[in-house]
Design a protein around this ligand. Structure first.
Ligand code: KIV
Length: 262
């Protein structure tokens, strides 16, 4: 698709009913994201998500969409320490129905990516804002704003591509940087808060439907959606139509618009 210039529409998905609906609405890739810690479990961040949570939801998504590409997130603690453990956990996700695994991190994770790819596991890298490092990064902040930090993300993307990853998610980076990265590698990029020039886009389902209002313990009016979110349900009374409209907006490059980009 990226070679043909067709934009790739990806959405997070956590269960069989939505998986089936999304597959029929034309979503190209279902991401079983560890965002489930926030949108399903009501937590503040993704740091308490476990392999058991991820394999449970991956199985459900695979049951609902047997013919759609499924990527599963590797949760905190499942891949950082040694390659063998990363391989075993990745294999567990694949056995649960994922076709590819995604994990966060740049230079320090290139060898992990190479190890998994060499051992037959397709990998999606996740660069830019990496939610599992929210405490290190000091909150939900755009990454790659200075030329120096932009250069690091660009080099990480090139090194991940050379390590054999199949996709690169770019989260919350300036649109010109995401464009530069997309033009610098043949590995497709999937943006979230990264502008329209990525090879494709991903959104969290609950953001697309406008139903996420922050952690369970906080009042909804304390929450402000990030800039990159668009509520597709606002203009229709059908979830299926909202998801189809998202797919169409990604394909015809009307989403993300400049107001959703940095
Ligand atoms: O967990 C997730 O949903 C993600 C997306 C935000 C890319 O990683």
């Amino acid at each position: 698709m990226a070679k043909r210039g067709e934009k790739i529409a990806m959405l997070t998905c956590y269960d069989a009913s939505f998986a089936k609906l999304m597959a029929h609405a034309g979503v190209d890739i279902l991401l079983v994201g560890d965002s489930l810690g926030m949108v399903l479990q009501g937590a503040e961040n993704t740091l308490n998500v476990s392999m058991h949570h991820m394999t449970y939801h991956t199985k459900n998504v695979a049951a609902g969409a047997p013919d759609t590409l499924i990527i599963a997130d590797m949760p905190v603690g499942s891949y950082e320490h040694d390659h063998e453990a990363a391989f075993k956990n990745a294999q567990w996700l694949i056995k649960s129905g994922a076709h590819m695994v995604k994990f966060e991190g740049g230079a320090d994770k290139v060898d992990t990516a190479r190890y998994l790819v060499t051992h037959g596991i397709p990998v999606c890298a996740h660069l830019g804002f990496t939610p599992q490092s929210v405490n290190l990064l000091g909150g939900y902040k755009i990454q790659g704003k200075t030329e120096e930090s932009a250069q690091i993300i660009l080099e990480d993307a090139i090194n991940m591509a050379n390590a054999g990853v199949s996709l690169i998610v770019l989260e919350m980076v300036p649109a010109p940087l995401a464009k530069r990265i997309t033009e610098s590698t043949t590995t497709p990029t999937i943006g979230i808060g990264a502008g329209v020039d990525c090879s494709g886009q991903v959104l969290v389902l609950q953001d697309l439907l406008g139903i996420y209002s922050g952690p369970a313990h906080k009042a909804p009016d304390e929450f402000k959606s990030p800039r990159f979110v668009r509520n597709f349900l606002k203009d229709t009374n059908s979830i299926q139509v909202a998801i189809s409209n998202y797919v169409q907006a990604v394909k015809n490059k009307t989403f993300p618009a400049s107001e959703h980009s940095y």
